[in-house]
Design a protein around this ligand. Structure first.
Ligand code: AMP
Ligand code: MG
Length: 328
């Protein structure tokens, strides 16, 4: 991997990162319309590069089978979580990715501690797991609507003051534990403006094929806009850590949100820098013996190793092309 590519990506995502320990005020500090001076056309080209980069790195992640990645996506309704997942993961092998969406918890889920259902959906080594909504709902929707907390039937001692600070601490520790054990945690908050949400809701109403995505509950939720902004700001301040920082992705332009998410995920994978496993000297020797046996099985008239033959031809063609270019 060229360091230059890695550096460009690191520079691109730097303004989106929430500095650990900083006090965030979402509306003051992050502009949902920021686009790093890019034009949409350039952005789409960049997304293509990002997607192929992800595909290359995911293959290595799976082959190495040592690290896993957990990508948490948070946003308000119509923030673009589904579209981001669809586009960013469009080039990767579905076998190496698991996507989990978290909705209102079921009776079974409520019968456990609040982290239980998230822990069950963690990635295996070699996998990328995506959380469409995540354990952060436990300090967002549950905080904005305290009736959710009542449903969790916590003991008296666990709901006394300091509940949210305790949850932040528990989340940070959990993510630290995962990181220390080879599971990188990446957190993206899609930052949508109130006006853009209004426009997207209207689009969902106006276009029949989008109607299924709209629910009246979404508009009721919108009335709590201010409470959510406050809960987001506190969450970002308390849980952006060195081992698992938050990225606030401007979400008013879908194309920009998508390239940002791809860049953040690519940055994480480049940081892991997974390698194809080396089978070792002894195994390599065995392979060469097997190779000779297979070559001996070649039917009359067929090359001993058709694959090697093909590669030789390809290399020859490439050399010819190169020298032609040099001459002309
Ligand atoms: P959607 O993602 O649009 O399908 O909606 C899922 C709904 O589940 C949203 O309204 C969330 O607020 C809600 N939800 C997700 N996690 C929780 C939770 N832990 N407690 C209560 N509601 C939740
Ligand atoms: Mg919804």
């Amino acid at each position: 991997m060229s360091d230059e590519r890695a550096e460009r990506i690191a520079d691109f995502i730097e303004p989106l990162r929430v500095e650990p320990g900083s006090e965030v005020c979402l509306e003051r500090d992050f502009d949902p319309r920021y686009k790093a001076g890019l034009k949409k056309r350039e952005g789409i080209e960049l997304l293509r590069t990002g997607v192929s980069l992800l595909s290359e790195y995911q293959e290595r992640l799976a082959a190495q089978n040592t690290y896993g990645v957990l990508l948490c996506l948070q946003a308000l309704d119509a923030g673009g979580k589904d579209g981001t997942i669809r586009h960013v993961m469009s080039g990767v092998n579905p076998q190496g990715v698991r996507v989990s969406s978290f909705k209102v918890p079921s009776a079974e889920e409520l019968d456990h501690d609040y982290m239980w259902r998230y822990a069950r959906r963690l990635p295996e080594r070699g996998e990328i797991a995506i959380f469409n909504r995540s354990h952060y709902e436990e300090v967002l929707v549950v905080r904005v609507h305290p009736e959710n907390l009542v449903r969790q039937r916590l003991p008296e001692s666990a709901v006394r003051h300091g509940l949210w600070d305790r949850r932040y601490r528990e989340i940070n520790h959990w993510e630290r534990y995962l990181t220390d054990n080879g599971f990188k945690v990446v957190k993206i908050f899609l930052n949508l403006s109130k006006e853009e949400q209004r426009t997207r809701f209207l689009k969902r109403i106006d276009r029949p094929e989008k109607n299924w995505k709209f629910s009246a509950a979404d508009v009721r939720e919108r009335r709590h806009w201010g409470d959510y902004q406050e809960a987001f700001s506190e969450m970002l301040s308390a849980t952006s850590t060195k081992w698992a920082p938050w990225y606030v992705v401007p979400a008013d332009r879908k194309w920009f949100a998508r390239i940002s998410a791809a860049a953040i995920l690519a940055h994480t994978l480049m940081d892991i820098d997974p390698q194809f496993p080396d089978v070792g000297e002894a195994a390599r020797k065995d392979l060469l013996v097997t190779r000779r046996d297979l070559e001996r099985e070649a039917p009359a008239g067929e090359p001993a190793d058709p694959y090697a033959e093909k590669r030789k031809k390809k290399r020859k063609k490439k050399r010819k092309k190169k020298s032609k270019k040099k001459r002309g």
